[in-house]
Structure formats: structure tokens, C-alpha cells
Ligand binder design. Structure first.
Ligand code: PMP
Length: 338
């Protein structure tokens, strides 16, 4: 991961966040130590990628609308009520990306979180707030070498414990255990199993196997986050490569016998896996279908495929914010919902 300040790309440009319904310098976007979300992990968040398009001097935000739709839909699970409308979240995000002038691949992090300084985790006592920041982000995991992956000793949080589909802040303690153990043991990443012992996903990414020319991925009820990249892979495999995908329960040993494998996600992008638990995947090299999907993915996220331009929100850094918002159909006031 790259450094977390935009001085890497533009030393003269100050960094802003959206915090308490306004844009503030990042240093001022601070919360109290008594904040409910800090004490109990009561937040839900999204991670969105912005891809730098050097020729156009623009940031291409990938599937921004779908990320906010997921956040708003899942907020219900935890009684974390959205603070703004979808259009307002989209407008705020475009505005912040434009304001921060990050001339590099970046990460955009919206969070809905409980505040209110009350003691005890009861959700309805607190109020919900929204914050947003951006940061440079290169590769989250190595997407070129082929990852060495283990099966974690930890189990995935369960839908009846901390529902993983909600992308809740507190659930990432589970992710932290999984990825930390993997790295301590000399692996790049881990696959985590459900309580039933079937394959769920990576620590913070979805998993695909390829077997006999077909894509296999755990179904939505396997305690996965219903990834937006996962959905993009399913769409691209079908529409562009004519490959059939099967969403079903996957046994651990299917990891050891598949022909190809990769992780996908906003952070992971398309990350080939060449080894599970010290067993080579296929012949131990990155598979041809995985490579094809990876190339296709990068064309799509960089707005090189007109058929998928609906997935791309292009923010031109040298054009005014108003011009950008008008072109994107987002020109309105930035008022929070009363
Ligand atoms: N699973 C988990 C647990 C994640 O944190 C992520 C990253 N958001 C994913 C899967 C991939 O989801 P997406 O493609 O929407 O980023």
C-alpha cells in the first residue's frame, strides 16, 4: 500500500475530509474517545477505488453508486440510519475527489458510524454520522506474482453473529485475525471457512476457483460480503468471455484440486492465487483465464470499454467541480437530510 497522504502526488495540495456535514482539513476530522463506534465497532463502511487516468488527468471512480446502494441497504441491519440521500453521497464523493486533487490511484472511504457518547452498545441511543476521506492506494495485495494462500484457523463471522454482508467496522476484528495469522505463518493471504467448514472468502476479498473452464464461487449465503467486484467478475465472465459461473457451496479440498484461482475485491482487484496450503494451484503458474479476466477488469475500471461506462464516474481534475457535477447529473445543493 502506498503512503496515506496526498503529498505523494501533489505536495502543495491540502488534504480534506467530509466530516460533520462539511469539508474540513483532514487534521480537523477527529472524533471523541467516547464515540460509540470507537468503543463498540458500530459503523458500516465502504471502500471504493478511484483509478487515475493520466491522459485525461481524471479519476475514474469504479461503481460508486453500487457501493453507496450497498451501504444504505445494509445499514438497516444495524439500525445505522443513512444521514443523506444516495444522490447526496454521490455528489459529496465527487466533490471530495475533486477537492483533494489526488493525481494517483486512490481509495475512497465512506463510513456511517454511531456517535452520541452514551455508555453501552444499545444502538438506538446514539445518532448516526457520516464521514468520508480519500487516500492514495496502489496494490493492496500483489496482483502479479501469484499469491501463496492458507486456510485460516479462524472461522468467518456468521450471519447470526456479526452479519458479514453489512461490512460492519467491528466485523473487521475477524479479518484482522485472519490476515495477521496468515502473514505470521509466511503466507500472503488466507481463505476463511464458515462454521460448517465450507469455503467462505478471503480476509477482505471474494474468492473464485476455475475448474474445467467454469468459474466457481461461494454463494451469497456462505457468510461472504456480496462483493461489487465479484458481481463485476460474474458479469464480465458471462458477457465478455462466455464463461459459465456457478455459485455454490465449496469444500476445502476443492481449493487443492482446482485448475486456477483468484481473489477479487476493491482492494485486491483481481489477484491470482498459485498456491493453497503448500499445494500448487494447477501447474503453479498464473492461469490463462485469470489473466484474461484481470486484463479485462483493468480495461473496464479505466473506462476503456464503452459498454461498461455506467460503472465509471470520471472526475476531471482540471475542470471545475460544477462542470463535473453537471456532466454527471449530480449538480444540487449539499444539504444533509433534515
Ligand atoms: N469480502 C470482504 C470481507 C471485504 O472486506 C471486501 C472488500 N470490500 C470484499 C469481500 C470485496 O468486496 P468489494 O468487491 O465490494 O470491494
Amino acid at each position: 500500500m502506498t503512503a496515506s497522504h496526498n503529498s505523494a502526488s501533489n505536495p502543495s495540495s491540502p488534504e480534506f475530509a467530509y466530516f460533520k456535514n462539511q469539508f474540513v482539513p483532514i487534521e480537523e476530522a477527529t472524533i471523541s474517545v467516547k464515540t460509540h463506534a470507537f468503543l463498540y465497532g458500530t459503523s458500516i463502511f465502504e471502500g471504493i477505488r478511484g483509478y487515475w487516468l493520466p491522459e485525461e488527468r481524471a479519476i475514474c471512480i469504479f461503481r460508486m453508486r453500487e457501493h453507496y446502494q450497498r451501504m444504505m441497504r445494509n445499514s438497516k441491519i444495524f439500525f445505522i440510519h443513512p444521514t443523506h440521500t444516495l444522490e447526496e453521497y454521490l455528489r459529496t464523493t465527487v466533490s471530495l475527489v475533486h477537492k483533494n486533487q489526488l493525481a494517483t490511484d486512490s481509495y475512497i472511504r465512506p463510513t456511517l458510524y454511531k456517535t452520541g457518547n452514551t455508555i453501552g452498545p444499545y444502538m438506538e441511543n446514539g445518532i448516526t454520522e457520516f464521514c468520508l476521506w480519500t487516500s492514495p492506494l496502489g496494490q493492496y495485495v500483489d496482483i502479479n506474482k501469484g499469491l501463496k494462500v492458507c486456510v485460516s484457523n479462524w472461522r468467518r463471522v456468521d450471519d447470526n453473529a456479526i452479519p458479514p454482508r453489512a461490512k460492519a467496522g467491528g466485523a473487521y476484528m475477524n479479518t484482522a485475525l485472519i490476515v495477521t495469522e496468515a502473514k505470521f505463518n509466511g503466507f500472503d493471504e488466507a481463505v476463511v471457512l464458515t462454521h460448517e467448514g465450507t469455503v467462505s472468502e478471503g480476509s477482505a476479498m471474494n474468492l473464485f476457483l476455475i475448474q474445467n473452464g467454469k468459474l466457481l464461487t461461494p454463494g451469497k449465503t456462505e457468510n461472504i460480503l456480496e462483493g461489487i467486484t465479484r458481481d463485476a467478475v460474474l458479469t464480465l465472465a458471462k458477457q465478455e468471455l462466455g464463461i459459465e459461473s456457478i455459485e455454490r457451496t465449496i469444500d476445502r479440498t476443492e481449493l487443492y484440486t482446482c485448475d486456477e484461482a483468484f481473489f477479487c475485491g476493491t482492494g485486491a482487484q483481481i489477484a491470482p492465487i498459485t498456491n493453497f496450503d503448500n499445494r500448487p494451484v494447477g501447474d503453479g503458474e498464473i492461469g490463462p483465464l485469470t489473466r484474461k479476466l484481470q486484463n479485462l477488469y483493468f480495461d473496464v475500471v479505466k473506462n476503456k470499454r464503452p459498454e461498461y461506462q455506467d460503472w465509471c464516474t470520471v472526475v476531471y481534475l482540471d475542470k471545475s467541480l460544477d462542470e463535473n457535477l453537471k456532466r454527471l447529473g449530480l449538480a444540487e445543493n449539499l444539504n444533509p437530510v433534515p
